[in-house]
Design a protein around this ligand. Structure first.
Ligand code: FUL
Ligand code: CA
Length: 495
């Protein structure tokens, strides 16, 4: 037994040496360029669509921002159906779910030890329930990742504005990050300070947005307790707010960013020059991709009078193109109602959205095409254009170091109708490409049919019209380093 094992090991070692030898002769991979994503950012960017659940006392009082003086007993979702909610999100293509565990009103949806202003004092399940546990567990059962929103601003807490509250806030985070298993994202809201109940004081309290929360320590706590979790805020550090609540990235949207405050000074949650966040910073020093948060309804919380104002599947597809399709991610809010369920309208719209997306990307016309590149790095197969159609974001077509504006041609076996092209950059090597143009072969000449600037994790090019052609050409018109493109897909949206 031992002998067999030894000879197997020796064989394996030889194989490795053989491979190393082959590797030494070949060209090196492209050097990474500029700011780079961490592994946790890379994984997160590839999720592309996540859901937000806004749920608290506001659901029952009809408000968007509770004052902090709400009676906890109003929270009573008698038909709470975590599996129904999460399975609908899964059917809608959502990869993760972020729950408002505590919104600005301070009411905690879990039995926290930090305050009585929580679910223990609600009527629901005689105060024995735990919404955070139920959603986290349901997410686990349905294969979604679980994330937490815990509002830094707390309009209920008597100590808000004093150092003692920051301690309480960190304890709340500690509970959320240690009681419920893995957390993929922690969402830090920028809405901070103002009027509130504050333990009965009923006054306005402002805080120094830069120093009050001790962000470096608070974020350090998240890193310590959940090293894999993405930290979101207006100013990162992992992911930035896109600067609007409409779910829109800019037509040009860099994953790199150098955030600045409203006054041009340092940025912090609640103090950000948000007009710059939609675009990011070309050659910025931090990898900090944008997240586009938006509600499926006008409000973040459920309001009966908005049941007929739910975004349509077509509107959601448009948002997908303008967020994920511009290299950002989409965080779509679906608010549970007073029963503790998603409304039928929201579920139908989400499902319609997902069906459209699935149908759109089902048949990739590039898969059957012949691909030719004007340059292939070291003329090596592993950097060849066939890597663009293998469905693997880790493999890529790359050019020699000095080649920044190569071309790629796709020949279809017969003329194809198409109107959407998807490009993915090998972002593990940084954001390199700054411009592309797409041409279709028509009437014996190339005709430009689309252009784009930033690519990043995903760029969806929507053609103005459906084109019928037997050849497509992608021109890289601007790249800061040799090109590394991981995927190229060609699709037809059937109207
Ligand atoms: C904002 C909050 O004030 C809204 O109520 C909501 O939670 C949204 C996602 O972020 O800053
Ligand atoms: Ca690939």
């Amino acid at each position: 037994m031992i002998t067999t094992r030894r000879s197997f090991m020796a064989g394996a070692a030889l194989a490795v040496v053989g491979n190393l030898h082959a590797f030494a002769k070949s060209v090196s991979p492209p050097s990474p360029f500029g700011a780079l994503p961490s592994l946790r950012q890379l994984r997160w960017e590839r999720m592309e669509t996540n859901a937000f659940l806004h749920f608290t006392v506001n659901t029952f009082t009809g408000r968007e921002w509770g004052e902090g003086d709400e009676d906890p007993s109003v929270f009573n979702p008698e038909g709470f159906d975590p599996d129904g909610i999460v399975s609908a999100l899964r059917a809608g293509g959502m990869k993760g779910v972020i729950l408002t565990c505590k919104h600005h009103d301070g009411f905690c949806l879990w039995p926290t030890k930090t305050t009585d202003h929580c679910i223990r004092k609600s009527k629901w399940k005689d105060g024995k329930g735990d919404v955070v546990r139920d959603i986290a567990d349901a997410a686990g059962r349905h294969g979604l990742k679980f994330g937490v929103y815990c509002s830094p601003w707390d309009r209920n807490n008597a100590n808000y504005g004093k150092p003692a509250y920051v301690e309480t806030y960190r304890q709340q985070l500690t509970e959320l990050l240690t009681w419920y298993g893995p957390v993929f994202e922690v969402w830090f809201d920028g809405a901070n300070g103002g009027s509130g109940y504050y333990g009965g004081a009923k006054e306005t309290r402002t805080i120094d947005k830069h120093t009050y929360y001790g962000w470096p320590e608070t974020w350090g706590l998240v890193r310590k307790l959940q090293p894999e979790a993405i930290i979101f805020s207006d100013a990162g550090p992992d992911v930035r707010w896109v600067g609007n609540e409409k779910g829109l990235a800019d037509e040009t949207c860099w994953a790199t960013y150098d955030p600045v405050g409203e006054d041009g000074g340092p940025a912090s949650p609640g103090n950000i020059l948000s007009s710059a966040s939609m675009k990011g910073t070309r050659f910025g020093s931090h990898w900090m991709p944008a997240e586009c948060d938006v509600s499926i309804r006008p409000g973040w919380f459920w309001h009966g009078q908005e049941n007929d104002k739910v975004k349509t599947p077509e509107q959601l597809v448009d948002l997908y193109f303008k967020s994920a399709g511009r290299g950002a991610t989409l965080l779509l809010n679906l608010p549970p109602d007073r029963q503790g369920q998603l409304s039928a309208q929201d579920v139908a719209s989400l499902e319609g959205f997902h069906q459209r997306i699935e149908r759109l990307f089902r048949d990739d016309l590039a898969r059957g095409a012949r691909l030719r590149a004007s340059n292939v790095r070291g003329q090596e197969h592993r950097y060849g254009p066939q890597m663009l159609v293998d469905g693997n974001p880790d493999t890529y077509w790359a050019t020699d170091d000095e080649i920044h504006t190569p071309e790629l041609t796709l020949d279809f076996a017969r003329p194809q109708k198409l109107n959407v092209v998807r490009l993915r950059e090998a972002i593990q090597l940084g954001q390199r490409i700054g411009g592309v143009a797409l041409d279709a072969w028509q009437d014996d000449a190339w005709r430009e049919v689309a252009q784009a600037t930033s690519i990043g994790n995903c760029r969806l090019l929507r053609l103005n019209e459906t084109v019928e052609t037997s050849r497509l050409r992608l021109r890289i018109t601007d790249s800061a380093a040799c090109v590394a493109l991981s995927e190229f897909g060609v699709f037809l949206v059937q109207e």
